[in-house]
Design a binder for this molecule. Structure first.
Ligand code: 6PG
Length: 236
């Protein structure tokens, strides 16, 4: 039986990438809220997504009260540490403070029992994530699933402690199982270098372990002009 090659849905958003992405994601979120009254939304860390979170902050009707917020990964630092993804979300998505009604579930980055913190987070995750946001590194990592990380044997685990090759090293991350089980996955990528990596993913088969962004081949890719141009130039 021939394997079905997964092809992502690619949006190359040439102008005003943050606002366009914020609108596309908002539409997906609103769809799940209309369906069940709630959206299980998993946020990404990193820098790229911050401009999108700030666009949501500017939307006075953003449905924070109908969203359960989760995290795809976290650095094992205190929440007030500049490297904390939870801290970054507080600064960009809730700059005026976190309203009491917001249901947000940060990973416990401040717990030196790293494996225990991973198990605790795993236990509070919902059965399925409705909307999963992922950034990507120029090395092809997503969340804190880095090239060479062997999760293949972890068919059950959904959150794990890992030592990352990128500072800060100690991290909690979702495993590929959460990505493949999520109902809607968006990959946010900007810049020519990431576009080149994505072109390689489209052009060549290969082990997901080498380029974990391959776990998003069934996802929707939201690229800016530079990434989109590189993708189409390099993928032939
Ligand atoms: C993290 C992120 C990580 C990030 C990518 C892209 O904790 O660092 O979850 O997966 O999304 O590294 O980061 P940039 O947007 O800063 O390039």
């Amino acid at each position: 039986m021939t394997s079905i090659r997964e092809i992502p849905l690619v949006h190359c958003l040439e102008n005003d990438w943050p606002n366009r992405v914020a609108s596309i994601l908002r539409e997906a979120i609103d769809g799940y809220i209309a369906e069940s009254g709630k959206c299980q939304l998993m946020l990404t860390g990193g820098v790229t997504v911050q401009s999108v979170y700030k666009c949501w902050t500017a939307q006075s009707d953003f449905p924070h009260g109908q969203i359960n917020y989760y995290f795809g990964d976290e650095r094992c630092v205190a929440s007030d540490h500049p490297d904390s993804n939870y801290g970054m979300v507080c600064r960009t998505l809730f700059p005026s403070g976190m309203p009491e009604y917001v249901q947000i579930y940060p990973m416990d980055g401040n717990n030196s029992n790293y494996h225990g913190a991973a198990r605790c987070y795993e236990a509070l995750l919902p059965g399925k994530i409705d909307v999963l946001l992922l950034g990507m590194g120029e090395d092809g990592h997503v969340a804190s699933i880095f090239p060479g990380a062997n999760f293949a044997l972890e068919m059950d685990r959904r959150v794990m402690f890992v030592m990352a090759p990128k500072h800060p090293p100690r991290r909690l991350t979702i495993t590929p199982k959460v990505i493949t089980e999520a109902r809607t996955v968006f990959l946010l990528a900007t810049g020519a270098l990431k576009g080149r990596v994505l072109a390689q993913v489209l052009k060549e088969g290969g082990a997901t372990q080498e380029l974990p962004v391959r776990y998003t081949l069934s996802a929707t890719w939201l690229l800016d002009k530079a990434a989109g141009e590189e993708l189409y130039r390099d993928s032939g």
